[in-house]
Ligand binder design. Structure first.
Ligand code: UD1
Ligand code: MG
Length: 453
């Protein structure tokens, strides 16, 4: 038995009112189109065939190797879109599942079920429906007095009686491949000037073939995206799915309605997530942490027993027992070893803070390496940029940087060196030495004498 997937993504998505193609609109952090592609790939190892048209190059780039691409240069309807794939797939597989790229909540398990149903069907196709009060402009499923499937009628063509039908077409079909390829040419041109894939169902009925229309249990799966209102609805469903999965795995989420976690994020047991927290991308958080409230963490790894309050962390690494915030900002390349304390209003970029470093108040460290147990006094910063180039600051173990020190890079402070409050350090400081003043000097040093002279 072989199966191929065809996903239709060539339409413009006029109802989105956007310059961005509909299927590239981000949903919970990734483009809409990737949802269907990933579900299809988990059912069938061969990459699905994606029919592209509007914004085709951008869609191709976003999807990359995950799909095979076929171009539909003129968007003449969903039936016409599938026809473009015929020369690529005819004779290749026994079954073809077709669905639309604007259905991001479809689950692989549902696609498998549809596939199984069609394998048992003597007729040429099976399709998914949902019974719902919110018909969302979907095609209606017309059945006869015995409940057998008759046709799919698009909303624009439906009679008032048909509009009152609550069973709608999800746009997910499993076809007998040979039947599909040999019947696509028979699709009639509709009054809208399009060839509707849905009309294949009426053709099968007219041939006397049975069609299996099975209803999905979870109405969320039917959430097709045609407008930005639908996009927000889908976002809420995905958010709920992700949060529930995390809570069932042992994470406390104080208020799931205001907690925004991408499905890619991993969180350890007994960690608590406080409201208005956004966790994105390849973020990994360990056990027994308190994260938030009001925190944004992206592509960052955090160890166990950390406390992150009202802070922003991007592309950083944080080991165990670290506390950050309120109002800390870790930027790309920040690496905080265990037991680092970073208090109010700190910013760190491309710097390593070794074990036990304390940086309590209003500080900036950029391109720095800070030794164990060093103390960065309030208001101290690295002046790492001379207007053209970035320079490195090296701070040894147990260094005490006095409040409001400016460290003009490149500069090195040896182990256990100390700076006085308000120093501007422009030269390297030997280990164990105290410097102070502007520019900073040690008592009895050359620069000191220069100044006195
Ligand atoms: C379609 C179905 C409708 C179903 C609904 C479910 C048809 C005629 N109608 O309506 O019965 O209830 O989906 O979501 O199939 N596309 C192309 N090329 C085209 C036209 C469309 O690739 O020439 C793609 C679009 O990019 C989109 C998908 O097909 O991903 C569906 O098109 P859309 O215009 O959203 O159809 P609906 O009006 O939602
Ligand atoms: Mg649609």
């Amino acid at each position: 038995m072989s199966l191929d997937f065809v996903i239709l993504a060539a339409g413009q998505g006029t109802r989105m009112k956007s310059r961005l193609p509909k299927v590239l609109h981000p949903l919970a952090g990734k483009p809409l189109v990737l949802y269907g592609v990933q579900e299809a790939t988990s059912v069938c190892r061969r990459p699905p065939v994606l029919v592209i048209g509007h914004g085709g190059d951008a869609v191709r780039e976003a999807v990359g190797e995950a799909a095979r691409f076929v171009e539909q240069s003129e968007q003449l309807g969903t039936g016409h879109a599938v026809l473009q794939v015929r020369s690529l797939l005819a004779g290749q597989s026994q079954y073809i599942i077709v669905f639309y790229a604007d259905m991001p909540l479809l689950q692989a398990s549902t696609l498998c079920k549809l596939y199984e149903v069609q394998q048992d069907n003597d007729g040429p196709l099976s399709l998914l429906t949902v019974v719902t009060d919110n018909t969302r402009g979907f095609g209606r499923i017309v059945r006869d007095g015995q409940g057998s499937f008759c046709a799919i009628v698009e909303e624009a063509q439906a009679t008032p009686e048909q509009l009152a039908i609550h069973e709608v077409n999800l746009g997910v079909y499993c076809f007998d491949a040979d039947w599909l390829w040999s019947h696509l040419d028979q699709l009639p041109l509709t009054s809208k000037g399009e060839y509707y894939l849905t009309d294949l169902a009426s053709i099968a009925v007219s041939e006397g073939s049975p069609i299996k229309a099975i209803s999905v249990d979870d109405p969320d799966e039917a959430l097709g995206i045609n407008t930005r209102v639908h996009l927000a609805e889908a976002e809420a469903v995905l958010r709920r799915r992700t949060n529930e999965k995390l809570m069932l795995s042992g994470v406390t989420i104080i208020d799931p309605a205001t907690t925004y976690i991408h499905s890619t994020v991993q969180i350890g047991q007994d960690t608590t997530i406080f409201p208005n927290t956004h966790l994105r991308g390849a973020t990994v958080i360990g056990q027994e942490c308190n994260i938030g409230p009001n925190t944004i963490i992206e592509d960052t790894t955090i160890g166990n027993n950390c406390v992150i309050t009202a802070s922003v962390l991007e592309s950083a690494v944080v080991e165990d027992h670290v506390d950050i915030g309120p109002f800390g900002h870790l930027r790309k390349g920040a690496y905080l070893e265990s037991h680092v304390h970073m208090g109010n209003f700190g910013e760190i970029k491309n710097s390593r803070l070794r074990r036990g470093v304390k940086m309590g108040h209003f500080s900036y460290l950029g391109d720095a390496d800070v030794g164990e147990e060093a103390n960065i006094g309030a208001g101290s910063i690295t002046c790492n940029y001379d207007g053209r180039h970035k320079h490195k600051t090296t701070i040894g173990k147990h260094v005490f940087v006095g409040s409001d020190t400016m460290l003009v890079a490149p500069v090195t402070l040896g182990d256990a060196a100390r700076t006085g409050a308000g120093s501007v350090v422009t030269r390297d400081v030997p280990p164990g030495t105290l410097v102070y003043g502007v520019p900073a000097h040690s008592s009895g040093s050359e620069s000191d004498k220069d100044q006195e002279g």
